[in-house]
Design a protein around this ligand. Structure first.
Ligand code: ADP
Length: 492
């Protein structure tokens, strides 16, 4: 099959969260199954053209954003030596310091224009590179307009006659909702299409709704989240998802174990593996030193690597800091995003400098050092579509302490002291006491080296690779392609 991924992020080029990991990793596994897979993302200023040896294709294209004609170029390079990646380059929209907004998590005022432009430009780019896709796989609200364009403004474009669209929800909290009166003409849609079963969503123009209404198949990133968003957790979108429930697939994300591998990771001070993880203690020592903590193997060292966002449960983390300090544990947090969360954490660091260390940037090497050097990983998310951080933590023999929601519920199971089963600690009510109880519970087990080593072993044995998920994606692509075929041949 010819499969084209369109997204706002992709590792290793640009990443703010798990979306980038998925878009950069799933194609490798699809390629191994024999598919021709390509990727389109924006050419952000942060993507270094020299480092990635980007070549500029020999044409200049343009699309309309409202009444403005916006031109762009396409740059390209290979991912993994065999997956072409195309970058849409437009200085006005993508040559800025942030990806979606400023350092404090405030989105750019023209994100609507940026992703109208990107969606239209992606469609033109697909034609320019003459790659006729069987599947266009769109990710999150930034690309929600693509399925809508293909079924409205571009409905008679023979180039896409055999193309089906998949829309994957990575996070239902980010929908791209805007004022309809200005957005319908800006995006170039007809008011005919602004109806409740199409573009309209509670009197607004909503990019995610557009994607969900027009795509052939909908997916999201874990089975539990797929169920949750059809109910109260749907943030309004349940009314769109429920009628299409047979088209909604929940496929768990995997991680790239060749990258997230303590045996070969060059970002950590000492390598280790499931069979011999003695060196994990050297990683812990290094991290304690870096955090100005007391260097002590017996201190329970907790970690967190996360976007600073209300979703991630930082209110519970902040509430737990007092207990962590009293009991003599240590906590290191790496994150970026909301100013409020950053300030709250920095204030607590000021109060408890011996137990709490906050790093407030986006720092890939440090994230690896935290995954490797900590004993347990905190992820008390309010909701979590899939979550990769807990899976990465497991790969480094670091024990997740999580809220039972979405993908966390699908990947982490409570440790049983009698059966020696389970790979972490799970609390099932979003409340400070429940969370601190679980931290205390984990600390008890930590002090029993026999049990803790069993638990670490279980963490290493938990395997969430793409091998099984990629098969489910293939099944879904086949269903979407068959549907398109039925439509083009039989009109059904
Ligand atoms: P989300 O996509 O909601 O942010 P995930 O758990 O799915 O959450 O993915 C988060 C990814 O982003 C992980 O790979 C994590 O290591 C990484 N990450 C988050 N914040 C940072 C940061 N400040 N520095 C480095 N990596 C980060």
């Amino acid at each position: 099959m010819n499969i084209l991924m369109v997204a706002a992020e992709c590792v290793p080029f640009i990443k703010t969260g798990g979306l980038a990991d998925v878009v950069g990793t799933l194609p490798k596994y699809l390629k191994q199954q024999g598919h021709d897979v390509r990727i389109i993302i924006p050419k952000y200023r942060q993507i270094d053209g020299i480092k990635y040896n980007l070549k500029t294709l020999p044409f200049r294209l343009s699309v309309m954003v409202g009444k403005e004609q916006e031109s762009f170029r396409i740059k390209t390079c290979m991912l993994n030596d065999n997956i072409p990646v195309y970058f849409i380059e437009n200085m006005r929209y993508f040559n800025r310091l942030g990806v979606y907004g400023d350092d404090n998590g405030i989105g750019y005022g023209d994100n609507r224009e940026r992703f109208i432009f990107f969606s239209k430009a992606a469609i033109e780019a697909i034609k320019a590179i003459m790659f006729r896709p069987d599947i266009i796989h769109c990710h999150d609200w930034h690309t929600g307009l693509i399925p809508a364009y293909l079924k409205t403004t571009n409905a008679h474009d023979g180039f896409f006659w055999n193309t089906s669209t998949i829309y994957t929800i990575h996070n239902i909290a980010f929908q791209g909702s805007f004022d309809a009166a200005s957005t319908v003409p800006l995006a170039g849609f007809s008011w005919e299409d602004y109806k409740s079963d199409k573009l309209e969503f509670y009197n607004t123009f909503n990019f995610m709704k557009a994607g969900l209404a027009y795509c052939d198949i909908i997916s999201t990133v874990s089975p539990t989240y797929a169920k949750e968003i059809q109910g109260d957790a749907g943030k309004g979108m349940q009314v769109v998802l429920q009628p299409r429930k047979n088209d909604v697939y929940g496929i768990l994300n995997g991680i790239d174990y060749s990258y997230w591998n303590p045996k070969t990771d060059t970002n950590i001070v000492a390598n280790y593996c499931a069979e011999n993880f003695e060196n994990k203690s050297l990683c812990k020592k290094y991290l304690q030193e870096k955090c100005n903590f007391k260097i002590d193997e017996n201190k329970f060292l907790l970690g967190c690597v996360s976007r600073f966002d209300n979703q991630k449960g930082f209110d519970l983390i902040m509430d737990s800091v007092g207990t962590i300090q009293q009991v003599g544990m240590q906590l290191v947090v790496l994150g970026s995003g909301s100013r409020e969360i950053k300030d709250g954490l920095l204030y607590l660091q000021h109060l408890y400098p011996d137990t709490l260390r906050i790093f407030t940037d986006y720092n890939e090497p440090l994230s690896h050092q935290i995954y490797a050097g900590t004993d347990a990983f905190l992820m008390p998310s309010r909701f979590e579509p899939c979550g990769l951080s807990q899976i990465i933590a497991l790969a480094y023999g670091t024990i997740p302490i999580v809220n039972k929601t979405g993908g966390l519920a699908d990947t982490i199971e409570n440790f049983s002291q009698s059966l020696f089963t389970g790979n972490g600690f799970v609390f099932d009510l979003y409340a400070g006491e429940k969370f601190t109880d679980k931290i205390a519970n984990a600390y008890d087990i930590f002090r029993n080296k026999f049990l803790w080593n069993k638990l670490i072993q279980n963490a290493f044995n938990s395997n969430y690779s793409w091998d099984s998920s990629v098969k489910e994606y293939e099944k879904m692509y086949n269903i979407a392609a068959q549907r398109r075929l039925n439509y083009t041949i039989y009109g059904i």
